[in-house]
Design a protein around this ligand. Structure first.
Ligand code: FAD
Length: 470
């Protein structure tokens, strides 16, 4: 595998410890290794290959993966998404179709793909290892503490690890987040009333069932709309499996099933027989029952962290630890990859330890608004799909059922796409490079303080910079 991502390595290599070897943590391990740094990833799971379902890979993410592994490699695993039929979950009737015309998607610089979570996880693992990262599985981090200046990681075994920077990439129930953020940011998350069940069904199991076979044969991300529930399904792993995510009211969960993990964890595996979704069309119920097991993840409302960098300026949050998303929605994984690209690009310029805090603050500034928009989009879309009968639902269905095959300048389809194009067209590496050109190259070796923001709106004096070069 080759990557033209970073052309330069940092004049000053430093040590990073990443807590969490999910897709975000491993992607950051890759970009930081490519930037010349020493990276160690600590992952509590014993290895790769945990049961998972599918993820949508919108163009803003697929263009990153394509740069990293090339189109040929990506095509072996991914399925191109050409449309989203919107189906009434009770009757099975199609309300309308949203096209993801590949030629139009190309305007955003990428393709809209569908992939299995595990395939992407393995891919970024291989990249991280090949770039030189050390990945330790079965290692649970118990605590992270700031130092003066270097932080320390304590493992559940009691062992401690000193490093230059700690990255908390440990997901929605992050243990690093409380170290970085104020108390208010860490109040118990509120239940939204929805639990997500995801799973995969092998393509052979769908043979002979024309309604279900259609899902694997089509190149579509099908979405079912219901009252208080929604389901989406799409082919993954070069169409060898069908992935689905079913959003149901919390009450459908079997309370007698114990869980060893937190309710929002991706490691809670439950039998398919443990849920009885009322009102789900029979063929969708058939689909669900074919999955060997389901992953149950409760959707708890968590806000984006206000601070991503701790007081000491050496501990930082990344991926869902910084900006949680509803489970099973579209942009969570894409946002983690974008974070990794921005962080790696910024740290490819590191030439003094005194720049570390400024670069970490810059990373937050580049990323926070973007991630807020992505999480808001996912949250609103999920809510829209589960609307009860009423005027809001009627309005939604009117929009969905309008014909969408006209792509001229003034058509409704084109206008809708233009809104999405901003999300899909984002170039993470450009965003970081822009910051570097505007501000970063003026940073000299003098130590920045915690209050120093990397915001372009601040004056050069506030950045405590001297003698700009240009
Ligand atoms: C096993 C698994 C399966 C998933 N399957 C799907 C799916 O099918 N569809 C979907 O849309 N999303 C899925 N997700 C979520 C998806 O990966 C994320 O939404 C997105 O990729 C952002 O990932 P992240 O790396 O920020 O967080 P996560 O994916 O949550 O990764 C966090 C990682 O940190 C590790 N970790 C947590 N605490 C510690 C600790 N104390 N010490 C060491 N390690 C720790 C976790 O084991 C995990 O590997 C899954 C996540 C996991 C972990």
């Amino acid at each position: 595998m080759s990557s033209p991502l970073l052309n330069s390595t940092a004049p000053l290599p430093i040590r990073f410890v990443i807590v969490g070897g999910g897709i975000s943590g491993l992607s950051a391990a890759y970009t930081l290794c490519k930037a010349g740094h020493e990276v160690r990833v600590l992952e509590k799971a014993p290895g790769l290959g945990y049961p998972s379902s599918g993820i949508r890979v919108p163009p803003n993410m697929s263009k990153i993966l394509k740069k990293w592994v090339g189109k040929e490699e990506l095509d072996k695993l991914a399925v191109l998404n050409v449309a989203s039929p919107c189906i009434d979950i009770n009757s099975g009737v199609c309300i309308g179709v949203t096209p993801w015309e590949p030629t139009v998607m190309a305007e955003t610089g990428g393709e809209f793909l569908m992939m299995k979570h595990e395939d992407v996880h393995r891919l970024v693992y291989r990249l991280a290892i090949s770039a030189g990262a050390e990945v330790n599985f079965g290692v649970s981090v118990a605590n992270v503490s700031p130092g003066s200046p270097t932080p320390c990681v304590t493992l559940s075994s009691g062992e401690t690890i000193d490093t230059d920077v700690v990255i908390g990439a440990d997901g929605r129930s992050s243990i690093v987040r409380p170290v970085v953020c104020d108390f208010e940011d860490n109040e118990d998350p509120c239940p939204t009333g929805t639990t997500v069940y995801s799973g995969v069904v092998a393509a052979e199991q769908l043979k002979g069932d024309p309604k279900l076979e259609h899902f694997i044969k089509s190149d579509e991300w099908a979405i079912g709309f219901g009252t208080g529930m929604t389901i989406c399904c799409f082919p993954v792993s070069a169409k060898s499996e069908l992935a689905f995510a079913l959003f149901l009211p919390d009450e459908c969960a079997d309370p007698s099933l114990s869980q060893s993990e937190t309710p929002e964890s991706w490691y809670n595996s439950v039998p398919t027989s443990s849920i009885q979704p009322e009102g789900l069309a029979l063929y969708l119920r058939r689909l669900m029952l074919k999955a060997p097991t389901l992953c149950r993840s409760q959707w708890l409302q968590r806000d984006q962290a206000e601070e991503w960098v701790d007081e000491s300026g050496r501990i930082v949050l990344l991926g869902e630890a910084a900006h949680p998303f509803p489970p099973g929605t579209t942009y969570a994984t894409a946002a983690g990859l974008e974070d990794a690209v921005v962080l790696g690009t910024l740290f490819s310029h590191l030439s003094s330890t005194n720049q570390i805090t400024t670069l970490l603050n810059a990373y937050q500034e580049i990323r926070e608004t973007r991630c807020r928009i992505l999480a808001h989009t996912d949250t609103s879309n999920a809510s829209l799909m589960m609307l009860p009968p009423g005027p809001a639902r009627d309005a939604r269905d009117r929009i969905l059922s309008a014909p969408k095959n006209e792509w001229d300048e003034d058509s409704a389809t084109r206008k809708e796409f233009d809104g999405l194009a901003e999300l899909f067209g984002y170039e993470a590496e450009d965003a970081a490079m822009q910051w570097w050109v505007d501000w970063g190259r003026y940073i000299h070796d003098r130590s920045p303080t915690r209050t120093v923001s990397a915001s372009p709106s601040l004056s050069v004096e506030k950045l405590s910079l001297s003698s700009p070069e240009c």
